[in-house]
Design a protein around this ligand. Structure first.
Ligand SMILES: [Zn+2]
Length: 453
C-alpha cells in the first residue's frame, strides 16, 4: 500500500477490533504524541495550556489541546466521531452444542448488512471481566487474532431461493460455527474430563492458556470469567482495489476511518487553539448511554474546564459555545453505479471526489447554515474539492452523533464524511484520495483563529 495515510488507517483498524480496542489504540496514539491522561475525577482547575486526554469506562475518549487564550473569546474547535461498528455480539450463554458441533449464540449489534457476514473468517475481540485467584474482579481486553468462527452459507443446491427475495433470520441463520465436538475434545481434552460440556468461561480460560495468547493478566490467573462483551470481527486484511489503486476495502471503515483522521488532525495540526476530539461508543444503537453522544461525557468534561477557568461566571458555558464549532464526521453515501436511482440526481457524491457535507431538513444530520458556510470556507482555504449529500425526498436518511451534540451544547454543528460504498457491510469501500483531502480540511479547521459569525 503506497499511500502512507491509508497504511496508517489500515494499521489502526487492525489494532481496533472492538470499541474497547478502539479506545486503547487512541490512547496509545495520543500518548505517543505527548498528550497526558487526566482522570475523569481529577481536579482540572490548574491545568496549564497543553495536551490532554480523558477516558470514560474504556469506551469513549476525549483528547484536547488547551491554549492560554480565554475560552469565551477563542471558542472551541470540536471534532466528534464514534468508535463502534455494526457487529455480532456473543450472548451471555454463548455455548450452543448439538451432537456434532459447537456454535456461539450471537446478538446482532446495530444494523449490519447480514449477508456480508457469511463465509468470512471471523475472530473475536472485546472485554472479559473475571475473578482472579485473590477473589478480585479484573477487566481484560482480549483479541483472539485468529479466525475462530464462520457463518457458512447454505449450498444453493439445497436452497434454490438463495438468489431471490431472500430474508435472513437473525436467530437461526447468523449463528457461527466454531468447532466440531470431535476435534474440540482432541484439542482441549481437559475440558471434557468430567464428561460434561464445558461452560463458556471454562472454554475461554483453556483457550487462553493453551494458545498462550499474549494478554496481560497483571500477574493474576483467571479463576472464573463472570462477564464478557465479545464481538465477532472480519479478520481479513484490508485490500487496495481498482485499476488505478484508488479504493480501500476494509472492515469497520464506518467509523474508524473518520476516527483515525480526526485524531490525526488534532495531533498533526499542532493547533495553537483550544480544540477537542471526542470518540463515542454506541452510535450504531442510538447513542443513548453514558458513553454515547446522548450521554454527559462531553458536557461533564467541558463544565469542569470552563468552570475552572479564571474568568468564569455563570454565562461562560454559553458564551464559549457561541464561539465554537462542532464537526461531526462519519461516513457519507457515495453514489453506487449500479443503484444511481437511490440518490437525488443533483447530489451524487463519488468516491475520490472529496469529503461530503451532509444536509437534512429534518435535522437527522446536524448541518446548520453557518456550519455549511464554514465547511465551504475551510475547503477553499485547504484547496480541496467537496461534495454534498442530501437524501432523495422520498427516502429517509441515516443519522449521526451531530443532532445530539447540537441539542446538548447549543453549538454550531456540521456533519461531514468520507464518501463510502457498502456502508455497514462487513467490508466497506472508500477512496484513497479522500483521506488526504479530509485530513487537510480538518487540519485547516483546527487552525482557524476565529469562529465568530
Ligand atoms: Zn457511522
Amino acid at each position: 500500500m503506497e499511500n502512507n495515510l491509508a497504511k496508517k488507517i489500515v494499521d489502526f483498524i487492525h489494532q481496533s477490533p472492538s470499541p474497547y480496542h478502539t479506545i486503547k489504540s487512541l490512547k496509545s496514539k495520543f500518548e505517543e504524541a505527548y498528550f497526558r491522561e487526566v482522570a475523569e475525577d481529577e481536579d482540572v482547575a490548574f491545568l496549564r495550556p497543553g495536551k490532554y486526554f480523558t477516558i470514560r469506562d474504556q469506551r469513549a475518549l476525549i483528547a484536547f489541546t488547551l491554549s492560554a487564550a480565554p475560552l469565551e473569546e477563542e471558542g472551541i474547535r470540536f471534532i466528534g466521531t464514534h468508535g463502534d461498528s455494526p457487529s455480532l455480539k456473543l450472548k451471555p450463554n454463548a455455548m450452543i452444542f448439538d451432537r456434532s458441533h459447537l456454535q456461539f449464540g450471537v446478538e446482532v449489534y446495530g444494523g449490519p448488512i447480514l449477508s456480508s457476514w457469511f463465509d468470512r473468517p471471523l475472530s473475536l475481540a472485546g472485554k472479559l471481566t473475571y475473578l482472579n485467584n485473590h477473589d478480585q474482579l479484573k477487566n481484560l481486553l482480549i483479541d483472539f487474532k485468529q479466525a475462530v468462527a464462520i457463518i457458512p452459507s447454505v449450498a444453493i443446491h439445497l436452497y434454490r431461493e438463495a438468489n431471490e427475495n431472500r430474508t435472513i433470520n437473525k436467530q437461526k441463520e447468523m449463528t457461527p460455527l466454531v468447532a466440531t465436538i470431535k476435534n474440540l475434545k482432541h484439542k482441549f481434552p481437559t475440558l471434557f474430563a468430567n464428561n460434561n460440556n464445558p461452560s463458556f468461561s471454562e472454554l475461554i480460560k483453556e483457550y487462553l492458556s493453551v494458545l498462550n495468547l499474549n494478554v496481560n493478566l497483571e500477574g493474576n490467573d483467571i479463576k472464573e470469567i463472570l462477564a464478557h462483551d465479545l464481538r465477532l470481527y472480519d479478520i481479513e486484511m484490508p485490500a487496495v482495489v481498482g485499476l488505478s489503486d484508488e479504493f480501500i476495502l476494509a472492515t469497520r471503515l464506518d467509523n474508524l476511518l473518520s476516527t483515525f483522521l480526526a485524531a490525526e488532525a488534532l495531533i498533526t495540526s499542532n493547533t495553537p487553539h483550544t480544540s477537542f476530539f471526542v470518540c463515542y461508543d454506541h452510535e450504531e444503537i442510538g447513542s443513548e448511554s453514558n458513553v454515547g453522544a446522548q450521554g454527559t461525557f462531553l458536557t461533564d468534561t467541558l463544565k469542569r474546564l470552563i468552570n475552572s477557568s479564571s474568568s468564569s461566571n455563570k454565562n461562560n458555558f454559553n458564551k464559549v459555545m457561541m464561539r465554537s464549532l462542532f464537526v461531526s464526521i462519519d461516513n457519507a453515501h457515495a453514489i453506487h453505479p449500479n443503484y444511481k436511482e437511490l440518490h437525488d440526481p443533483e447530489h451524487t457524491p463519488i468516491l475520490n471526489g472529496g469529503p461530503v457535507l451532509k444536509v437534512n431538513s429534518n435535522f437527522r444530520y446536524a448541518t446548520t447554515p453557518e456550519g455549511e458556510a464554514f465547511f465551504k470556507y475551510f475547503a477553499k482555504k485547504a484547496d480541496v474539492p467537496i461534495q454534498t449529500f442530501v437524501s432523495r425526498s422520498d427516502k429517509p436518511c441515516g443519522s449521526t452523533i451531530g443532532p445530539s451534540i447540537n441539542r446538548q451544547l447549543n453549538v454550531n454543528t456540521l456533519d461531514i464524511g468520507v464518501p463510502t460504498l457498502s456502508m455497514h457491510s462487513a467490508r466497506e469501500l472508500a477512496g484513497i484520495d479522500d483521506l488526504n483531502s479530509t485530513l487537510s480540511i480538518l487540519t485547516t479547521f483546527l487552525k482557524e483563529k476565529s469562529l465568530k459569525i
